[in-house]
Design a protein around this ligand. Structure first.
Ligand SMILES: *Cc1c(COP(=O)(O)O)cnc(C)c1O
Length: 367
């Protein structure tokens, strides 16, 4: 059986250091707001190249805290519009609506699955306050044209980097390509904790300060509350685990790229469209998605019989979800096509070369 992702194998690959790290925190008697979180924030900021990193409870909170931070700073008001790709994971959009802001869905490009930079400008209105660039599947958006647009219209550029730990665009890391960025360290991400965790990255000292306060009951000093904050913290165990795993992130991403290159080179089935990736380092392959214009679901079942587990990211776009039933009548043909055609193949640093070969062989045999 080739599983899609085996977290036990990931954890095993970090032993015995992983258990020792956890034991050290347990024995320290200090579980929140300690040395591990502080050190992780410094190390991850240095890794991304940003001035500030604020560890928080999860990726959704990281995104939400960026927008509520801008609202506290007076940069955004309730009802302001945020342009966001229509094919993103729903968390990107939930963060916007949670803050009383209005998501404006933008079609992605079929060839990259990313925000279509040519379709953004037509969506900008006097109420638009930000563009959210989601580096979906681990590939960085076309940041040069998007940055020019954001500057020209005085918009904030927010990165959803939850799938793009370590991805690079023209020498700079995802997380340092806009005004603020959110990371998730959900266990299955390229840099994953052993529970929920997230981070906000920025070079803006004011935003960093507001986000830090908002994540801790609106407080920077005990029992003094500046804002109506929330409780969203990265605990010491997760911070210690992430510090350990960060050391191997680049190497792990390199393994992902090598496997992805094999998929791109060796899958020859005319039923499948394998995306091309001209900019190698710009992609960290959190997800390797093929397009299968016909028989996608049949292929997935057939692969299962062959002992190969695949996934679909994602089966249903946000505008067709019950949660956003007010958007039911909207039409996003590119987005809907992507959701009907994509299939994610097993790809992780703990897969073996033989497993990747098995996947390729099976795909090439499918008729
Ligand atoms: C995982 C993910 C999130 C949310 O992160 P959580 O830690 O699960 O809250 C947000 N956006 C994208 C694109 C993601 O993949």
């Amino acid at each position: 059986m080739v599983n899609y992702l085996e977290l036990k194998k990931v954890s095993d690959s970090f032993q015995p250091e992983l258990s020792a790290t956890i034991e050290k925190v347990v024995q320290s008697g200090w579980y929140l707001f300690g040395e591990e979180k502080k050190a992780f924030e410094e190390e991850f900021a240095a890794y991304c190249g940003t001035n500030f990193c604020v560890g928080v409870g999860n990726g959704l909170d990281a995104l939400t805290l960026i927008f509520s931070g801008y609202m506290e700073m007076g940069v955004m008001q309730p009802g302001d519009e945020i342009i966001v790709p229509a094919n993103t994971y729903i968390a990107s959009i939930l963060a916007i609506t949670r803050c009383g802001l209005t998501p404006v869905l933008c079609e992605p490009r079929l060839d990259t699955f990313l925000l279509d930079e040519e379709k953004i400008e037509a969506l900008i209105t006097p109420r638009t306050k930000a563009i959210m660039a989601v580096h979906l599947y681990g590939r960085v958006c076309a940041m040069d044209p998007i940055t020019i647009l954001a500057k020209r219209h005085h918009l904030k550029l927010v990165e959803d980097s939850a799938q793009a730990h370590g991805a690079i665009y023209k020498g700079k890391k995802a997380g340092n390509l806009g005004d603020a960025a959110a990371f998730s360290f959900y266990p299955g991400k390229n840099l994953g904790a052993l529970s929920d965790a997230g981070a906000v990255m920025t070079n803006d000292a004011d935003l960093a300060k507001v986000v830090r306060a908002l994540s801790n009951y609106g407080s920077l000093t005990k029992y003094t509350h500046l804002y109506k904050g929330i409780n969203s913290r990265m605990d010491e165990i997760q911070a210690a685990v992430l510090r350990l795993k960060l050391k191997r992130l680049d190497k792990d991403n390199e393994v992902r790229r090598a496997y992805a290159e094999r998929y791109i080179r060796e899958i020859h089935n005319p039923r499948m469209i394998v995306p091309e990736y001209p900019c190698r380092e710009g992609h960290v392959f959190h997800i390797f998605a093929l397009r299968v214009p016909e028989l996608r679901d049949q292929l997935q079942l057939w692969l299962k019989d062959e002992g190969i587990e695949t996934q679909i990211h994602y089966p249903k776009p946000p505008h067709l979800q019950e949660a956003y039933k007010e958007w039911k009548s909207l039409s996003f043909p590119v987005t809907e096509k992507i959701h009907n055609e994509v299939l994610s193949l097993p790809l992780s640093p703990v897969h073996t070369a033989e497993e990747i070969t098995r996947v390729i062989d099976a795909l090439n045999r499918f008729v």
